[in-house]
Design a protein around this ligand. Structure first.
Ligand code: GH3
Ligand code: MG
Ligand code: MG
Length: 451
């Protein structure tokens, strides 16, 4: 800026100087032209009398040349003035406005791009945070990573349900699956530990030598260039890896920072989705037994009934109630009663198939939905369950009438006994009532009493 100002001063100074000189010349010329004109007029009038045209011609051309010289000088001055005016318009107080305008344009363009990037990031963050279903979140996260980082390879490592001490490449895009076959990274790995609680992306191609063991070298070989952690509750839950950029250029520092930011968004959305999943799980789970609760049961029974009706399948419902449980509770106390209920629930869990839905219906009543089960197999299941409970040696069960803790069971089936979920439930309840009325520790069918 300083040089600009001094140059500008120099320019102005030289101009002012030249300006004054030229103006002096011009005025001298104007005066001499005036004299010459008068002279020419006098010479012309004088010589005209004597008819001397040569001298007249000379005088006239002298005047014309003079006038032409003046016109040229005026034109020259005019051009200079215009140039100067233009320069003055671009230079104010020593500042080069033209250059500044250019710089301003560049800065505006950069700002506009940054605004656009921020807006996009903001939208990505909102979008990811709106997804509560983990599988969909992972898919969307991978798409955002690919789009924002201009790569077509990404992989997400997460803990598995079986081993919480390691992370596995569970989801990937653009990488060959065989690259990650049987691959696992222990959470105490030095590179992973390096993240600590920091949501910072690591450029694997720029890490100091020696820190990367053969596992990491294998990942680099498969094409992973940068990694960032997925952190939830200050603990590393997973890792995001990205491959090379589509244009094969290296990731720049701002792109590495963008990756860190994206990893941060994904981590927050991931924590939210886990929390949501837990809340959802809690809302349909019975706190004492860990079985599904009545709320879940109602919805599932309706769904299963609809499915059974659509596909012309059977559906059975088994409802059972602990016999003389008031006595058990009153004699041994509520905590002992709770323990007994927990044991009944675990016997139930170990007796059902994977597709069956076991529920604590309320108090000491339990229920099992048996999809695709006809009345015969439902009865067999109920009897198996009743016998398991009868055989189990509950603590202090001798206080019960008959010296054993037992259950009574009612079974109803669709379409045999009912054509709606409500009716099926009423029929199973009626069968249970029958079992209670006919001596307890029994299984009764809605249609026929079996034993
Ligand atoms: P029945 O053979 O006719 O079913 O007799 P019952 O004594 O089991 O029936 P009743 O409905 O009179 O008593 C149910 C008892 O179950 C009353 C209550 O103390 C107990 N109960 C219900 N829910 C719980 C619970 O969550 N924990 C404990 N410990 N007891 C419960
Ligand atoms: Mg009871
Ligand atoms: Mg009861």
């Amino acid at each position: 800026m300083h040089t600009d100002i001094s140059l500008h001063r120099k320019y102005l100074h030289s101009n002012v100087f030249q300006d004054a000189a030229m103006k002096k010349i011009l005025s001298v010329l104007w005066i001499t032209t005036g004299f010459l004109c008068l002279e020419a007029l006098a010479v012309f009038s004088f010589l005209h009398l004597f008819h001397v045209p040569v001298v007249l011609g000379l005088a006239t051309s002298l005047v014309v040349i003079h006038i032409l010289l003046i016109l040229f000088l005026r034109y020259f001055f005019h051009r200079k003035d215009r140039k100067e005016a233009e320069h003055r318009a671009d230079v104010t107080d020593g500042v080069d406005i033209k250059r500044l305008k250019g710089e301003l344009r560049d800065v505006t363009r950069k700002l506009q791009k940054q605004m656009y990037d921020l807006h996009t990031l903001f939208e990505v963050s909102i979008h990811l945070n709106s997804i509560l279903e983990p599988q969909r979140l992972i898919e969307s996260s991978m798409l955002s990573l690919l789009g924002q980082l201009q790569t077509n390879q990404t992989v997400i490592f997460l803990q598995s349900n079986n081993n919480r001490n390691a992370i596995y490449p569970l989801y990937s895009r653009g990488f060959s699956r065989k690259n990650f076959k049987d691959f696992a990274l222990p959470l105490e790995d030095p590179v992973i530990s390096r993240f600590g609680e920091k949501m910072i992306a690591l450029d694997l191609l720029n890490l100091e030598e020696g820190i990367l063991d053969e596992k990491w070298l294998k990942l680099i070989e498969s094409g992973i260039t940068m990694v960032a952690p997925i952190i939830s509750k200050k603990q590393i839950r997973g890792l995001i890896g990205v491959g090379h950029k589509m244009n094969n250029e290296l990731f720049t520092q701002p792109e590495q920072e963008l990756f860190s930011l994206l990893a941060h968004f994904i981590s927050v959305a991931f924590s939210n989705s886990i929390l949501y999943q837990k809340m959802e799980q809690i809302s349909v789970t019975d706190g004492l037994t860990g079985l599904h609760n009545y709320r879940y049961f109602k919805k599932r029974l309706d769904d299963e009934m609809e499915r059974a009706a659509r596909y012309n399948h059977s559906l059975s419902l088994v409802l059972f109630d602990v016999d003389h449980f008031k006595n058990f509770n009153d004699t041994l106390g509520h905590p002992a009663g709770d323990e007994a209920l927990k044991t009944v629930a675990s016997i139930l869990k170990s007796t059902i198939r994977k597709s069956d839905i076991a529920v604590r219906y309320g108090g000491e009543e339990f229920c099992v939905i048996l999809p695709e089960a006809e009345i015969g197999s439902a009865y067999n299941f109920a009897e198996r369950l009743r016998k398991h409970i009868e055989k189990y040696r509950f603590e202090e069960e001798r206080v019960q009438p008959g010296g054993k803790l037992t259950v009574s069971i009612g079974v109803a089936s669709f379409p045999q006994d009912a054509d709606s979920a409500q009716q099926l439930l009423e029929k199973a309840d009626a069968a249970l009532y029958k079992a209670k009325g006919s001596g307890r520790n029994k299984t009764c069918l809605a249609s026929v009493k079996v034993s």
